[in-house]
Design a protein around this ligand. Structure first.
Ligand SMILES: Nc1ncnc2c1ncn2[C@@H]1O[C@H](COP(=O)(O)OP(=O)(O)OP(=O)(O)O)[C@@H](O)[C@H]1O
Length: 475
């Protein structure tokens, strides 16, 4: 019987299968396609350069023996490396057997302990060329679910995070996008999911990275000609957590590479968790195809915590720090610091520092001094509720009328102004503004903002409304 590429490879495979573990066989040999037999030279197609490097690193002896058995002393193996995605030239390049190994590069900023011989590695994450490498997840163990106080403002995001942590890649929350204003706990939840996954599934490779660092790594990989290694590195992760994706705005190269990494991970049932300061619908300068991926899973908003949750957050922090503080002071702080949990914690830390430096008691006077400083130092953010009240008063309406479905022109205008000021003076998303001002959708809010901008330029009377209300809102 004449030998063909398929028949030779089939025999090789049966030998290989007998000599390695089934999982390794499935991963590294099943995807290979025999494509040509020319004399004693067999050409096999491998899915990527990484794949080829892995074979060379780990299975070259086995391949050599298998081939020699089939094709004799002069056997040659030629790899046809099918480069992935758009990252290759159109011509697959061919590598002659035997060839030297190359070390793929771990992106900068990811901690990779190199002195591994002395370490006990339970689950080494192996990269060819670097003997045994464990990827550090970059997770902060203090940011866990236990230390994250639940409230109405974060219930959806928290429960979705828990669901993802229980079954990474196995829920419809993929990607899970957590969005919300500054200091509301996005990073905390993102870490908590990772920490919980590591706890439940120690074998999974979890990586937390900020978009900024991701972008920098990508730029470095382009400069250093290691773009493929960069992509492969990320494609091998089981749970990828990227913080502050709004930072990718306008960075088309990084968006493009992330799009391909995302697709690969998603197709392979890997979990992606993203955070952003905006809902996908409000993100600007992010490619449509990427935005549409963000919407595949679940987008969960973190809102500013209500008073009760703020009190609980403060109590929780005090408890963890082993500090006792009179209830009225905790309540005072919670009453005055409303829109940012980081600030809430900041006041507490200042209080504790001041009191211990000066050996003072916690007093309301001290609390007031510190709260005043915080409030002064941060640009005051008015609430959407307050904006509606001021706008309604100005037009002598009540808030219910402003929120109603009526299409009467002067009420529509008042409603549009309220939406406009909410967009300008708060960090709320269009969707969140719409839902708070008469249960409208984000498109209505966007339209309102444009209308107000246009009318301010063309209508003197309308311009005066805007100026008057601005004064009232900013005192
Ligand atoms: N529900 C909560 N329970 C306990 N701590 C919280 C909660 N929400 C936020 N925090 C704490 O508030 C601080 C700010 O949270 P975090 O850094 O996660 O906010 P963020 O939304 O990522 O902010 P940024 O927009 O600046 O990136 C952290 O110390 C975090 O632990």
């Amino acid at each position: 019987m004449t030998k063909t590429a398929s028949s030779v490879w089939k025999e090789c495979l049966s030998f290989i299968q007998d000599n390695i573990k089934p999982q390794a066989y499935k991963t590294w040999f099943e995807p290979i396609k025999p494509i040509k037999l020319s004399g004693e030279a067999l050409t096999i197609q491998v899915p990527s350069k990484f794949f080829y490097e892995w074979l060379e690193e780990h299975y070259i002896k086995l391949l050599r023996v298998a081939l020699l058995k089939q094709l004799g002393e002069d056997a040659k193996l030629i790899y046809d490396v099918r480069m992935e995605n758009n990252y290759s030239s159109n011509n697959p390049h061919t590598v002659k057997f035997p060839s030297s190994n190359r070390n793929p590069i771990v992106p900068q900023g990811v901690t990779v302990p190199m002195d591994l011989n002395k370490r006990e590695l339970k689950n080494p994450f192996i990269i060819p060329g670097i003997q045994k490498v464990k990827i550090e997840s970059q997770l902060n163990p203090n940011y866990n679910f236990e230390s994250f106080v639940e409230g109405d403002s974060n219930r959806l995001a928290r429960s979705a995070g828990m669901a993802v942590a229980n079954k990474p890649g196995g829920t419809s929350f993929n990607p899970l996008l957590i969005y919300g204003g500054v200091g509301l706990g996005k990073t905390h939840i993102a870490h908590a999911i990772g920490v919980e996954i590591k706890d439940k599934y120690p074998d999974k490779t979890v990586l937390y990275i900020s978009s900024e660092k991701f972008t920098q790594q990508y730029i470095d990989s382009v400069k250093g000609n290691t773009r493929i290694d960069f992509i492969h590195f990320y494609q091998m992760i089981d749970v990828l957590i990227i913080d502050d994706v709004q930072f990718l705005s306008g960075k088309t190269g990084t968006q493009d590479v992330f799009f391909h990494i995302f697709n690969h991970l998603h197709q392979n049932g890997k979990q992606v968790i993203l955070t952003s300061d905006k809902a996908p619908v409000d993100m600007q300068d992010i490619e449509q195809r990427l935005l549409s991926r963000f919407k595949w899973g679940l987008s969960a908003e973190l809102q500013a915590p209500d008073y009760e949750t703020r009190v609980l957050i403060l109590q929780n922090k005090l408890y963890r720090d082993g500090v006792e503080m009179p209830e009225e002071i905790v309540e005072y702080i919670a009453k005055h610091i409303k829109s940012n949990v980081r600030e809430l914690e900041g006041v507490l830390i200042s209080m504790i520092a001041q009191a211990s430096f000066n050996r003072k008691e916690f007093t309301l006077v001290l609390a007031k001094q510190i709260v005043d400083k915080f409030v002064k130092n941060t640009k005051r953010e008015v609430s959407i509720e307050y904006i509606q009240k001021i706008v309604s008063n100005y037009f002598e309406l009540d808030v219910a009328t402003l929120q109603s479905k009526t299409r009467k022109r002067h009420i529509v205008q008042a409603r549009q102004l309220a939406m406009y000021f909410a967009k300008r003076m708060t960090k709320a998303s269009l969707a969140s503004i719409g839902s708070q001002i008469g249960k409208r959708d984000h498109a209505t809010v966007l339209h309102a903002c444009k209308t107000v901008d246009n009318l301010t330029e063309t209508d003197k009377q309308f311009k005066k409304y805007v100026e008057d209300i601005t004064k009232k809102l900013t005192f």
